[in-house]
Design a protein around this ligand. Structure first.
Ligand code: MN
Length: 226
């Protein structure tokens, strides 16, 4: 493992000189039925749950990410990312979209072996999810320019071989539903990012792999593992 540079915890905004300063990163678990099944869960519509990553886990599109320590099973999870632009506590589903500044394409990098061990021991997921460079995020496109994508292809390829290929319409909990639920636990605020879950097809990465992925109408991302 080489030295890891300190990330500046901001995400670029497409078509703008501005950048988006990241406050908190929330990640929704098991939000596509086919992925829930592949992780051994059932298809009941339990309330959405989330875990967190530190703000400085964000990595810019086009970056080279170090293969992380303490794992032999690093996994990719392509996800729609919501960028929050307003304060909201206990917000309704009907008004949740109003707090969204924009959207991006993210990869929720996961040390799957550590996650499995954590689940089995009933321990937190921090070592599996919240590690250096674990949240690659593309440029944010604003709601002003694309509206609110509720359907569209979401995909990820490793070395040009498509591994994940789903549709935003297959999310179990919609973006407004997920935001409303999180806001009942803690206040959302400008700078928050919400990773909204991954479709089926997650899998292992090795050093030298190049991931390319995208979401129709939102953007694309390319990240290489070193
Ligand atoms: Mn995920």
């Amino acid at each position: 493992m080489g030295p890891i540079s300190i990330q500046d915890s901001t995400v670029a905004v497409s078509g703008s000189a501005d950048s988006f300063p990241v406050r908190r990163i929330f990640c929704i678990g098991r939000n596509y039925a086919a992925h829930t099944r592949e992780m051994g869960g059932d298809e009941t519509r339990d309330a959405p749950f989330y875990f967190s990553k530190a703000a400085d886990t964000v990595v810019a599109n086009g970056s080279i990410v170090n293969y992380p320590p303490r794992t032999e099973d690093l996994h990719h999870e392509i996800e729609l990312v919501v960028a929050v632009g307003a304060h909201a506590a206990n917000i309704s589903v009907a008004s949740a979209s109003d707090i969204i500044f924009g959207y991006a394409v993210g990869i929720d990098l996961t040390r799957r072996d550590l996650q499995k061990a954590s689940k089995e021991a009933g321990r937190p997921w921090d070592t599996a999810k919240n590690f250096d460079q674990s949240a690659p995020t593309s440029e944010i496109v604003t709601v002003e320019s694309i509206g609110h994508p509720a359907a569209g292809r979401i995909w990820l390829a490793v070395n040009e071989r498509v591994m994940q290929d789903g549709d935003l319409a297959d999310m179990i909990w919609s973006v407004p539903e997920a935001l409303a639920e999180i806001s009942t636990y803690c206040a959302l605020a400008p700078g928050d990012l919400v990773f909204t879950g991954t479709p089926a097809g997650v899998g292992s990465l090795v050093s030298g792999d190049k991931m390319t992925g995208g979401i129709d109408g939102v953007g694309e991302i390319e990240i290489t593992i070193e």
